[in-house]
Design a protein around this ligand. Structure first.
Ligand code: SAM
Length: 281
């Protein structure tokens, strides 16, 4: 008698806060024959924490292609397997693509077990347009490559999302300022779900200055989100919005637009439109 083939579960794990582990993720990790993990030592801490004793196997960028065939055989023989990465959703700037491709190519079932993902968390709280966006993952590590990639994205209308390593954050922001312009709005979403979670929106010039001066901002994990050009053209500069937000708490829309125009140098009508949009009119 041949058994039914197993299932490959692609399981999201927390991006910092263990309370974000889903009950379904725990249940699946306990139920499978094997957990393929990017870094078994790192993941052992997670599985121990949740009382999961399923064996772990290393599956990373360097061995993924080689190991995929063996894992497909185990699935075909009826064993179910879970794939996890160090944090968040596997395959999102993480290993797993070769395995999922091979498993689906073999006609076997792949089931996602959704949960945390750093860029989705960042986008959901950044205050930038979310209807259309581009996830770019990591930019090239060196200035020349980074600037040329940013040049290709300069006129992109959709919200741009990047992952960045903390030690490259300032260089990356400075390249963004050079290529995209000092006034382009950027959101730094740092240490999401953790104690020092910070989400701040500033024009690139001000963001560079803040991150340079406050070196704490150069620590921990971060996502950068950049306003797309069309949205940028429609948006008031951050300082004008700040002034208007304060004025609107104190006076009528038309009075705020009038005084705001004197304070910021922006056109009264633009400020008036901003106030109406903010009030949802
Ligand atoms: N698979 C993960 C996901 O679903 O988000 C991403 C893995 S990628 C190797 C790691 C990058 O994700 C970090 O360099 C950082 O840019 C981002 N990241 C992960 N955790 C984060 C957090 N708690 N706060 C902000 N960014 C985070």
């Amino acid at each position: 008698m041949t058994s039914d083939p197993g299932i490959l579960y692609v399981v999201a794990t927390p991006i910092g806060n263990l309370a974000d582990m889903t009950p379904r993720a725990i249940e699946v990790l306990k139920s499978v024959a094997l957990v393929a993990a990017e870094d078994t030592r790192h993941s052992a801490r997670l599985t121990q924490h949740f009382g999961i004793s399923t064996p772990l196997m290393a599956l990373h960028d360097h061995n993924e292609r080689d190991r995929s065939a063996a894992l497909v055989s185990r699935l075909s023989a009826g064993e179910s397997i879970a794939l996890i990465s160090d944090a968040g959703t596997p395959l999102i700037s993480d290993p797993g693509y070769a395995l999922v491709h091979a498993v689906r190519g073999a006609g076997l079932q792949v089931v996602p077990v959704p949960g945390a993902c750093a860029f989705v968390a960042a986008l959901s709280a950044a205050g930038l347009p979310t209807d259309r966006f581009v996830f770019e993952g990591f930019l090239p590590a060196k200035t020349q490559g980074r600037q040329s990639r940013l040049t290709e994205l300069k006129d992109e209308a959709r919200t741009l999302i990047f992952y960045e390593a903390p030690h490259r954050l300032l260089d990356c922001l400075e390249d963004m300022r050079t290529v995209l312009g000092e006034g382009r709005e950027v959101v730094l979403a740092r240490e999401l779900t953790k104690t020092f979670e910070t989400i701040r929106a500033l024009p690139l010039e001000a963001m560079c200055a803040w991150v340079r001066e406050d070196t704490n901002q150069q620590r921990g994990e971060c996502v950068l989100l950049v306003r797309g050009v069309e949205a940028e053209a429609e948006a008031l500069p951050a300082e004008a919005r700040r002034v208007m937000d304060i004025l609107l708490e104190e006076m009528s829309t038309s009075a705020a637009a009038k005084l705001g125009a004197r304070l910021t140098g922006e056109k009264k009508n633009r400020l008036y439109d901003y106030a109406l949009a903010k009030e949802g009119k």
